[in-house]
Each structure stands twice: as C-alpha cells, then as structure tokens.
Design a protein around this ligand. Sequence first.
Ligand SMILES: C[S@@+](CC[C@H](N)C(=O)[O-])C[C@H]1O[C@@H](n2cnc3c(N)ncnc32)[C@H](O)[C@@H]1O
Length: 268
Amino acid sequence: MITQEQFKYFALLVKRESGISLADGKEYLVESRLNELAKILGLRDINDLYNSCKNNLTSKLKDQIVDAMTTNETYFFRDQHPFDCLKKEIVPEHVQKNGANLKIWCAACSTGQEPYSISMLFSDFFPSLNAKIIATDISPQVLNKAKHGKYSQIEVNRGLQITLLIKHFKQAGAFWEINDSIKKRIDFKSLNLIGSWGMDLSNLDIVFCRYVLIYFEQDTKKQILEKIERSLNPGGCLFLGATETPIGLSPNMKKVISGKTTYWVKEK
Ligand SMILES: C[S@@+](CC[C@H](N)C(=O)[O-])C[C@H]1O[C@@H](n2cnc3c(N)ncnc32)[C@H](O)[C@@H]1O
C-alpha cells in the first residue's frame, strides 16, 4: 500500500519533470503503475522503488517513473471529425491561400496513430502537396513504437477502415506495419511540452495538441498554449481534444465551429 509520503514524493517528481498533475485521489493509479515499473526494474514493489529513488535518483530512473505515469491512449482517426474537417476545409483553404507546403505538428503523438492518420489522409486526398509532419512525445517507449509503425490486430481494429489497412500496411507476422510511403512524411522526435522545445517548431500551419493538456494544471496549460500560438503562422489552426476547454488561449486565437469540430485559428 502506497503511503502518503511516497505518493506526495512521486506526484511532485512527475509534476516537476512532465507537468502531469497527480491530485489527491490518484494514489491507486500511482501505486499500480509504479508497482509494475518496480517489477520491470527487478525490484519487489513500490517501497523498494521509493527507497531506490531516495538513495540515488538517476535521470534514467526519473525518466522511467515519468514514462510509467503517462497515459498513452490513442487510436487511428480518433474522433474522426477533425480529420474530415482537415480534408474538406482546412487543407483546401490553406492551398488556396498559401500554396502546396504545409508544416504540421502532433504535439503528443503517443504510439503514432494520430500522425499516421494525418499522413494517410494526405496520401489519399492530397498526394501532390508537400506536407511535413513533426510528431513528438515525452515518452521514449511510445515514440519507439511510433517510429516502428507496427501495430497489433486489436490496434488496427480501432478506428482504421479495412480499405486503409490493406492499402497502407503490410502484414508482418501477427502485426501490421505501416508502409514507408506513409512513414516518410513524419519526423518523430522526443519533446517535453513543459521544457524548452529545442527544435524548429516555428511557422506551423496546423497543430494537433489533443488529449494531453487535460493532464496539466491551468498555468501549465496556459504557458503551453501561448507557446503554440507563437509557433503558428497567421491563419494556422490548432486542434485540441473534443472534450477540452481552451482556458488560457489568447483572444487572437479565433474559435471556429465546423460541424462537430471545434478548432482555433491564429488571426495575426
Ligand atoms: C492520451 S495520449 C494522446 C495521444 C494523441 N494525441 C491522441 O489524441 O490520440 C497523451 C500523450 O501525451 C504525452 N505527454 C504527457 N505529458 C507530456 C509532456 N509533458 N510533453 C510531451 N508529451 C507528453 C504522453 O506520453 C501520451 O503519449
């Protein structure tokens, strides 16, 4: 059983390193995830892990604890309507106003289903455009899986139409591997949203920052949203998760409701 002292220690560490807020009531989550990590590290349980941290908290161990506390739920074409909106509205308008180059950022890409969905959309509907996708996440484990682009039957059953599976994947044993033509549009990189971004994230046309800000406190959310706004080109669009409220977004980001989708456009 996790003690309050241990819970507070791990919650503070995770918040400091990643921004992820583990409020009171999340003791069970911390205990189950860190007990699992302890086993992977050859320790008995969370008590041993806590003692290890107290004795010698290496940066590797810190990263492993943060990684264990990330929630990586994702699936292909999640919510579907933002992708329909990209196809019908945002990309055609962009091409008309700005031409054939687009720079897109998936700011918390998890195991890759989101950037691969966007890349398949470009392949199928805008093959002549020069769309570059930067896909980032804090978790080395999910990024590694994303880079490989290999998914189980259960994973491809989530959100992916069979026609797209047949067209864009090849079977590799019990897995399905996405084709190089879809991979090559995407640059997967490690990035902590609360750190210094340290890579060229300027002049973006589209940002997907979906289902990650929900894990942060208000002031952290606000700081990230401000940085995203600065990274966008005028006329650039921001997508958040369907249930997310963009408190802290500046008035310069104009809300657009299009069918089931809400997105925000940087005015100037
Ligand atoms: C629930 S997934 C969302 C995946 C995808 N955007 C989607 O909507 O399907 C949240 C992701 O945010 C990542 N994450 C959490 N904190 C982060 C941080 N500080 N910087 C970058 N990524 C972070 C997690 O590792 C996880 O993969």
